[in-house]
Design a protein around this ligand. Sequence first.
Ligand code: BTN
Length: 268
Amino acid sequence: MNEDSLRKALAGRAKMRNRGGEAILPLFEWHEELGSTNTRADALGRQEAPSGTLVTAERQTAGRGRRGRVWESPAGANIAMSLLLRPQVPTEQLPQLTVLCALAVARALRELGAEPAIKWPNDIYLGGRKLCGILCETAFEKGKVLHTVAGIGINVKKAPKPPEVAALSVSLEEAGFSCERESLIAAVCDELLGLIGQWERCGSLSFIRTEYEEAMLWLGEEARILTADGGALPGVIRGITAEGGLRFDTARGSEVITAGEVSLRRAP
Ligand code: BTN
């Protein structure tokens, strides 16, 4: 993938055209190497780059994952992309963006014939192993939201091989799907920008609830919620609320779990 092939792929998506059929390319930066695409997109946001600006890198030297973890990915093999966004929604709704990112990636993967599952709120699994991670970060200044960066890492050719994640991750190619990275990036942008427009109009996630639940990993099955303080809450996954919380039936009754510092595990 290079800058030119990415430009062509972005121009090829229908929703990125105006009524006259003319391509309305998002502003984008393609980098051979970056620390983190999220950091670069944040810097562009602070320089007032437009919402929808895309940053990609063939290699990240300081890729970030959730909860302070490192995101490893072999050079030139996978997707590291970040979108700078300024969604027109109240601040308290911004965490819902992460659910939309997962759905956008799932839709783009289905175009390739894959059947991805979404592990609430936003990890994408294929055949029981992790294929994609999403890190949304909101920047504030003097208590006001500046922008949100949606960072997406997808294993296309090679899953990362550090021993602690090797058995738990997979790439599209390892699962038998081939694709051009630039087309997948364009498909994700296209789906995500479309979903954000609908979300701004709708005011909640009610418009995607059914579709999201149909793609949910372990729906109707027993699981555990691990909390930051080391606790584990067993229950059954029932779906999501219109605000993106997890509907979880426990011994105490039906609960709504909000993403924050919790993580979901299969029942032992
Ligand atoms: C996770 O599962 O922990 C989230 C991983 C998010 C990784 C992506 S790769 C592109 C973007 N830039 C980063 O530094 N992180 C995200």
